[in-house]
Write a protein that binds this ligand. Sequence first.
Ligand code: ZN
Length: 282
Amino acid sequence: MPELPEVETIVRGLDRRVAGDTVESVWIGSRKQPLKSPASVIAATLEGKRILRVRRAGKHIVFDLEGRAKPKKSRRTEGPTAQWIVHLGMTGRMVVCEPAAEVEKHTHLIAKIGSGRELRFIDPRMFGKLSVHLRSESGGFDPGGVEPLEVTEEQFVKLFRGRKTPIKSALLNQKLLRGVGNIYADESLFRAGIRPRRRAVTITREQLGKLHRAVQEVLREAIALGGSSISDYVDADGEEGFFQLQHRVYGREGEPCLVCGRPIRRLVLAGRSSHYCPKCQK
Ligand SMILES: [Zn+2]
């Protein structure tokens, strides 16, 4: 499942390839599961629009769209007029390719763009989501929560301080921080020296500051690593690509801690695996 750093990497690749392009026509497959807006509304919203930019909001891909392909000079639009929102779910991919490229099984949407290429959404398991938002209707797409790479230390402390839930659950709560997934939550807690089950209310101000730095450090490192594999992911078949951050705890149950040598432990918290070092984390 793509996590925030992977989505950021994908978004940068897409932005570089399609920003400024106009969507000429859209084909949408017959499967309804990925469509969170009606197919006809998605097609009508995308067709003729110019892609201003592609950006990330939490784990969502946001295409900011502008006006018609040839806007009337008298009605200059300012900023995006609509947004196309894509969530990749478990297995979703966005591919930019030549029209001659074979249409893969499980392709749910194909957008022909001005440069002559196509933007395709492929998702075998269909946990991904496609929707559109009209600016005038809703004031734009808001996934809720605070962006973890933008949150200040003070905001971060405010979000978590005093909560009675385990800190790991709070980190995964998308209404607080948006886009921090299981792997990066475990890795951040390890770097901050805090056990996943520890209740947020028992964590000192200083430790929360350390956790804030750890979350941003882990995400930034992963994005930096992903940056060199953008082209693989977006252009080719997408299965390969990311140079993953070397996990220090995630998925390493029973293996020695890279700091102290104790075996890494795993526990299940709210149905998700959590990995931690019993010595380095308190
Ligand atoms: Zn350790």
